[in-house]
Design a protein around this ligand. Sequence first.
Ligand SMILES: [Zn+2]
Length: 315
Amino acid sequence: MKAGRQTTLRKRVSVAGAGVHSGLPVTLTMSPADADSGIIFVRTGNDGQPERELRARACSVTATDLATVLGDESGVFVSTVEHVLAALCGLGVDNCIVEIDGPEAPIMDGSAAPFVAAIDRAGVMSLPAPRRYFKVLKPVRVIKGSAVGEFRPYDRGFRVDVEIDFDHPLIGRQAIAMDVEPGMFRREIGRARTFGFMRDVSKLWSSGYALGASLENTVVVAEERILNPEGLRFPDEFVRHKALDAIGDLALAGAPILGAYRSVRGGHKLNHAVLAALLGDPSAWTVVEERLPARPVHAPVEAGIALTLPAVSIP
Ligand SMILES: [Zn+2]
């Protein structure tokens, strides 16, 4: 692949599974897309209704309770998009059509690894178009109760710094920070699975959540032990999964991020709130065609430092 070029998949590839919340069987198909398409979800199999396109952008988010949901004004939605988005973002795929024939992406094994494997089966190719980056220009912070999320300028790439603090002896306080790039994503993040607490199960089920959850797709934490017979994939799999979720949620910026994201005690709701706060302040971000040399974080932002592309707007 050529550096600085946009990418897509070489061919169409599918995975089949079930939704973790709905329990419904579903097939997800990723296909090549033209430059500047971004990631587009297409909801098919909609009871005879026409296919609906849902762009993977923050403005398409309709819910962030336990999963990230994209939808439109007609009521069509696709839920739990964060793991496939994390795989696409983590492997540097800029343009892709993601067809889903049900209301929720398949949970697979609870991680992004099956989507990584599918992207590897398809292959990634560069397109004859420059890659555009979503560049953070100044700090933006959101505080929600004890949760804190913030973006800061960071010119070396996309940095994610996540800390969790659960009142549970098997989790407690965990933190991870990394520059997101494909090798690191494959090794350290992509395989980390969704987790849930046994104590929450009956409440989740009665609210219509986690109906498809099982030990095949969720790390289940009981009072004193992990119920999955195979145990954990990493000693700190929990915070790694939170980083995976953040990478997927922030892919809704619509272009690779040049910036650092930090989340403390966060989740989908916080990730989305911080991204929305950033997008809501036009002086806090711009779109550039290449990574620019580092400059002091607190330097005033001057017109002309970044190559601004007026034709591109990221709502
Ligand atoms: Zn997740």
